[in-house]
Design a protein around this ligand. Structure first.
Ligand code: MN3
Length: 203
């Protein structure tokens, strides 16, 4: 079985002006596609080609680096696309909002800590909001294409919010201004999807 590039549920220009259409198209059709292609090449003929991407990530220490980099790349981007939508942003509600207030005090404090996690990630990587094994929300960042599902990271759990801070995610529009990209990105967050993931992970 081969992994495939997932279709986006919105147009490449849907997230403008916060994320430009050209960046979205290249990010999806070139970067994400390359992770899919390279992952398929890396697992061809191995036992891993019968597993889900989540199962591969959870046992990533068993695999060579090309599976870690490209498998992580495929999982992370597949999640990332679903966490954004046209007309997104605003504030979370319901049980997710309650959990954020319990863990961080306020929604603004969550944003401050999440932005700091992304801004201080040296080089390429991701910022995460994760439901840990204790069912509490935790913020972290990972290098490269590592993610909280992986058995090799410090902060493990079920990720419910993810932000790509690789330069390829923002450079065309924001150049070196990663903090401006992160600030703008909150305007496209799909809180309904984050809440759905939270309800599953917190059970
Ligand atoms: Mn990316």
């Amino acid at each position: 079985m081969s992994f495939e590039l997932p279709k986006l549920s919105y147009a490449y220009d849907a997230l403008e002006p916060h994320i430009d259409a050209r960046t979205m198209e290249i990010h999806h059709t070139k970067h994400h596609q390359a992770y899919v292609t390279n992952l398929n090449n890396a697992i061809a003929g191995t036992d891993a080609d019968k597993l889900s991407i989540e199962e591969i990530c959870k046992n990533i220490s068993k695999y060579p680096m090309p599976v870690r980099n490209n498998g992580g790349g495929h999982y992370n981007h597949s999640l990332f696309w679903t966490l954004m939508k046209k007309g997104g942003g605003g504030t979370p509600s319901g049980a997710l909002a309650d959990a954020i207030n319990t863990a961080f005090g306020t929604f603004d404090e969550l944003k401050t800590k999440f932005n700091a996690a992304g801004a201080t990630r040296f080089g390429s990587g991701w910022a995460w909001l994760t439901v840990g094994s204790d069912k509490k929300l935790v913020i972290s960042s990972t290098p490269n294409q590592d993610n909280p599902l992986m058995d090799i990271v410090d902060v493990k759990g079920a990720p419910i919010l993810a932000l790509d801070v690789w330069e390829h995610a923002y450079y065309l529009n924001y150049q070196n201004r990663r903090p401006d990209y992160m600030t703008a990105w909150w305007n496209v967050v799909n809180w309904e999807e984050v809440a759905r993931l939270y309800s599953i992970a917190s059970k």
